[in-house]
Design a protein. Sequence first.
Length: 188
Amino acid sequence: MAEILLFHHAQGQTPGFLEFADRWRAAGHTVHAPDLYDGATFATLDEGVAHAESIGFGEIIRRGTAAAQPLPGRMVYAGCSLGVLPAQSLTQTRPGALGALLLYGAVPTASFDQPWPAGTPAQLHAMADDEWAEVPIMRDVAREVEGAELFLYPGAGHLFADSSSVDYDEQAAELLIGRTLEFLGRLH
């Protein structure tokens, strides 16, 4: 079973985000889900993004990096939307990443000081018409990372696997859970 460091989206550790982490735990994986917001949650994506901007995206990455420090280096980094920032940063800059799960977004690999580590698999998930996800960047990352899998689901919802989000889509969420569990099952 995999050990995963999962970072929340801009609305914080919502009930649906925590439920999502529990789905991976129920499958036997160890999931660490640090709170980058010190307990704050937000009712809307716009409010959450405003909060993240007030903290600063560099600080979000720093908090994610600090959360990883006491954990083993051989892990899977996963991020939901805003959480992609620390997840992708750690995948690219902390030695030993087993893989990356980038949900609802990605950033150009050139955003970090190190290139994507050779042989480190990635899986990316978003709705095809989601404007927040920046699907063209996700396509670029998927092309750059050898063996990466990009899954685009029909629709425009952003946090579609978070059952507490207005964007929740049960069918797409179940497909995403199944695909991520299959990915995690391939990692050693």
